[in-house]
Design a protein around this ligand. Structure first.
Ligand code: FES
Length: 258
């Protein structure tokens, strides 16, 4: 087992505060919160972001790159786009100093996947019929065509099928299975008889999600391509905030976080 190594004087690190230390050639983020010291790898498990440079709030550190949050006590990943814990290390205070002993494996166990998250019920869209959209795949391209020609007027289910064509560029999971779609509302277009005005309430995995503009553009393109749609409006909703509980089993399976 690794030995404890003195990495700092207690007086060096304010409370709350953080610093970056080196332990046996590993870079470790050291935190001081509520009179207790904690240490985790200075590595975000999403894409290697430097956690010691992030914003510390209570016992959470936010990765400065894409906003994933980690619990500094356990290393658990608390929010997307990170889904795996980073290593948490043993810390002790002795002789006026802070000592860290590296652990070999990540701890924390990742975010709770089945917590009690209550989301608003999506608006009910009155539609007369809603048949499964016809999927057409030609010459290797995947296109889902949602039109009344499939046997009924455009409906929410059709739109959600279209939205499955939109994938998070970092996670490669579609935005429906990620749980980013909070609501789909269809209204007959006043200026285009037979067509629908579509409003999509969509959230992001984090407020500063760098993929946001691309996701919005891809969403408009995917739904607006239907011949039954006159216009697409995307509304970004951050309340309630997205949590991993929103993901379907298919998304969890893809991300390997069962
Ligand atoms: S590298 Fe940390 S959230 Fe992307």
């Amino acid at each position: 087992m690794a030995e404890f190594i003195r990495v700092a004087d207690v007086a060096e690190i304010p409370d709350p505060g953080k610093t970056l230390v080196e332990v046996d050639d590993d870079m470790v983020a050291l935190f001081h919160v509520g009179g207790v010291f904690y240490a985790i790898d200075d590595v975000c498990t999403h894409d290697g972001g430097p956690l010691a440079d992030g914003e510390l709030r209570d016992h959470k550190i936010a990765c400065p790159r894409h906003g994933a949050k980690f619990d500094i006590r356990t290393g658990a990943a608390l929010s997307m786009p990170a889904v795996r814990p980073t290593r948490a290390h043993d810390v002790k205070v002795d002789d006026g100093g802070v000592w860290v002993r590296l652990r070999s494996e990540a701890g924390g166990g990742g975010p709770p996947l089945h917590g009690a998250v209550h989301l608003p019920v999506a608006p009910v869209v009155p539609v007369s019929t809603c048949s499964t959209p016809a999927a057409t795949r030609e010459a290797g391209e995947t296109t889902v065509e949602a039109t009344s020609a499939a046997g009924g007027p455009l409906c929410e289910d059709h739109v959600r099928e279209l939205l499955k064509e939109v994938k998070d560029p970092e996670l490669f999971v579609n935005i429906v299975d990620l749980g980013l779609i909070y609501g789909v509302t269809l209204t007959p277009a006043a200026d285009a008889p037979g067509k629908q005005h579509v409003v999509i309430d969509m959230t992001m995995t984090s407020p500063a999600c760098p993929a946001g503009p691309q996701l919005i553009a891809d969403t408009k393109r995917a739904v607006g391509g239907s011949s039954d749609v006159s216009a697409v409006e995307v509304r970004i909703v951050m309340d309630p905030p997205w949590t991993p509980d929103r993901m379907t089993d298919a998304a969890r399976d893809q991300l390997g976080i069962f």
